[in-house]
Design a protein around this ligand. Structure first.
Ligand code: CUA
Length: 389
């Protein structure tokens, strides 16, 4: 199992807590989930894909599994839980089935020829087999079927691209702007005037009652890639350009994803969490995000330290004079988020203290500098940040 985990994750295990370690390992492991939740192993699953595809690709549809608040940690295109991801899954199965068929025909004929016409020792007649030239039947047999197969794949691919790139968005569709930064995600809800970071809440959809979420993807610096495999394919975030994609998740829970374009030292720690909520929970979340933080006299010292140490030059906090920055994540509802530094550590006091003392310890190369705060300043700023829910 450990051999499957990238080395950098093992190194991190030393600096973080047990529970979090599980989440990180789950994020990057490929076996435990399938063994624990599936009755069949991966080999059988592959065979199953082929059989399912041969049995009737068009009539087939995966069943949505509704579980609440599950960490959907398996990053697997073969376990789609959203409309476009399902379409991509179906075309992958079709292409794999066609390729498997071609492999079986070509490999079978080759094996037959090798066995049937092998050298047979002393009784071998050492004669060449009959040489056939210019047989119209053979030429047609190996030209026409491949052309038909390629044309069929082109047509299916074109239809799939059309379905995914030109969805019919209704008025009710949610709209989210995701802006890639080195090394975090800015998330804006223009219809609701809500701004957050790294953890993207979206409403649940279903096959009968469609609630799509349109995503506008942009970049503030270099090219990043947005990929949550169970929701949709990869889309790049390109500076000075607007890409779009959409998702329509069929199950609640927390979906994990990563930045997929090498964007700098902390590229691997630009993790994405998409939280799919039921409509009621989603509306509650939006309402909470619109709340303005109330000033709390008990943490006035922390707020003062936050401003005087220039934290507000990069970070924005609603209703806080001097905290108007745009370079770093919006902290208005910071303590409502589950993770720190775009998923690099859990948002608990221990890790927050370490982050405030020196962010370069948890995320070396991140753009937040070590502000050389003493432990008293760290504690007061921590207390202030904890009131931002
Ligand atoms: Cu952002 Cu890689």
């Amino acid at each position: 199992m450990r051999a499957l985990i990238p080395r950098c994750w093992l190194l991190r295990e030393r600096s973080v807590g047990k529970e979090w370690q599980e989440g990180i390992v789950l994020n990057h492991q490929y076996t435990r989930y399938s063994l624990a939740t599936r009755s069949s192993g991966r080999g059988w699953q592959l065979l199953g894909f082929t059989v399912a595809a041969l049995a009737g690709f068009l009539s087939w549809a995966p069943v949505a599994r509704a579980q609440d608040s599950t960490i959907r940690a398996i990053q697997n295109i073969f376990d789609p839980l959203s409309a476009p991801a399902e379409t991509l899954y179906q075309i992958s199965i079709l292409v794999m089935a066609v390729c498997a068929g071609i492999f079986l025909v070509v490999g079978g004929l080759l094996t037959y020829a090798i066995v049937r016409y092998r050298r047979r020792g002393p009784e071998d007649d050492h004669e060449e087999p009959p040489q056939v030239y210019g047989s119209a039947a053979i030429e047609l047999a190996w030209t026409v079927p491949p052309i038909l197969i390629v044309v069929m794949l082109v047509l299916v691919t074109a239809r799939t691209i059309g379905e995914i790139q030109h969805p019919k968005m209704t008025e009710a569709a949610e709209e989210i702007r995701v802006i890639g930064h080195r090394f975090w995600w800015e998330v804006r809800y223009p219809k609701h005037d809500v701004v957050t970071a790294n953890e993207i809440h979206v409403p649940l959809s279903s096959r009968t009652n469609h609630v799509p979420t349109q995503m506008i993807l942009e970049s503030a610096d270099v090219i990043h890639g947005f990929w949550v495999p169970q929701l949709n394919g990869k889309t790049m975030l390109v500076p000075n350009y607007r890409n779009t994609m959409w998702i329509e998740p069929y199950a609640t829970g927390i979906y994990l994803g990563n930045c997929t374009v090498l964007c700098g030292q902390q590229h691997a720690n630009m993790l994405i969490r998409v939280v799919v909520d039921t409509p009621e929970v989603y509306q509650k979340w939006l309402a909470a995000q619109k709340q303005v933080p109330v000033s709390d006299a008990q943490v006035a010292e922390g707020q003062q330290q936050f401003i005087s140490n220039s934290c507000g030059t990069c970070h924005h906090i609603e209703n806080s004079r001097g905290a108007t920055g745009v370079f770093g994540p919006d902290l208005t509802h910071f303590s409502g988020r589950a993770t720190l530094g775009s998923g690099v550590a859990p948002n608990d006091n221990e890790h927050l203290r370490s982050w405030l003392t020196n962010p370069q310890d948890l995320k070396p190369g991140c753009l937040m500098p070590n502000m050389q705060l003493n432990s008293k300043q760290v504690d007061s700023i921590l207390a202030y940040l904890r009131t931002l829910k």
